[in-house]
Design a protein around this ligand. Sequence first.
Ligand SMILES: Cc1ncc(COP(=O)(O)O)c(C=O)c1O
Length: 396
Amino acid sequence: MSETPPVRAKENFLVFGSPALEQAEIDEVVACLQSRWIGTGPRTAQFERDFAAYKGVASAAALHSCTAALHLSLLALNLKPGDEVITTPLTFCATVNAILHAGAVPVLADIDPATLNIDPAEVLGKVTPQTRAILPVHFAGRPCDMDALLAIAEGHDLAVIEDCAHAIETTYHGQKAGTFGDFGCFSFYVTKNIITGEGGMVIAKRSEDLARIKVLGLHGMSADAWKRFGDEGYKHYMVVEAGFKYNMMDLQAALGIHQLPRVDAYHVRREQVWAAYDAAFADLPAGKRLGLPAPQEPNTLHARHLYTVLVDEETSGIGRDAFLTAMTKQGIGVGVHYLSLPEHPYYRERLGWRPEDFPQAMRIGRQTVSLPISARLTDVDVADVITAVRRVLRVE
Ligand SMILES: Cc1ncc(COP(=O)(O)O)c(C=O)c1O
């Protein structure tokens, strides 16, 4: 008996998170190479200005990654050993690694199972005299409950660092994500809403913090050290701190300066994909159902970075890991965002974390699957994803 062929043949595999890229980026990278100024320089400076304008802030610092942005923001808080930073168990490992690299103790507060964001009531329960900061992640691009989190921060004199890796476009009560906290950290990694390959950006409430982050991101050399190779006459740099090599290259910024003007158009496309998935999966038959993302909350803008469904063996008729394998066999790339952090051996051993202590994040982490939602998807790609999901669930 011949098996039904997969929805997409191997050579046509739909890569999860494959980014939209256009000719302007390709031309700019070539122009950047031809200029022979490929390291940090004028294109990086332009991307910083453009991003700051998009966010409506005075300035921004481009870095090599969001991980670097989180690390330097935490360092700028001058944390002491034993200081605690509260964050979510449902995030990428970089969020917590940055806290550890800053010499502080990460403390987890469980999520709200509807929004998948950190639950302010859980945060409040984790505040101790050692707590110095809250590090909320706007999961999938859905804004956290910033009113509640800011009230806790204010009441306990805590800093706030927003992990906006998924949330470039996100707004909450009319205000842009990244502008609530002391710092907002963004990612332009290849799967993100706009991309520079690797890349990150940080914005800060206080200009002196941002200036320090710029210095820390380039070896601790005094401001604008990259200009020393320019035509304005040789400038000596002074090392004022032991910094890091976290600067963005112009080769990366060459992508960013063309991606950023399309950020809203790409968001519109992801909204369409989101609506198509919502419609296709809303009325699956009993026993073959998926948990779907909650609707966008009033007076907020969801950045639609991840479309996550919950696959529960009891209500879906298939386990999560079997679903992942079956989708891949159908030629559709899928993701997991995320196994809850206490599932990983390093954190269990070093920090004594146990998944069952964060039951909401544990359950979601064991059931969640991210379907493709890049702005690059065509209508045929979206239809193929839907067909593959129906086949995997054995919906006739
Ligand atoms: C929630 C979250 N935080 C931080 C990061 C780190 O971003 P980057 O890869 O730019 O360092 C990511 C990236 O995947 C992320 O998803």
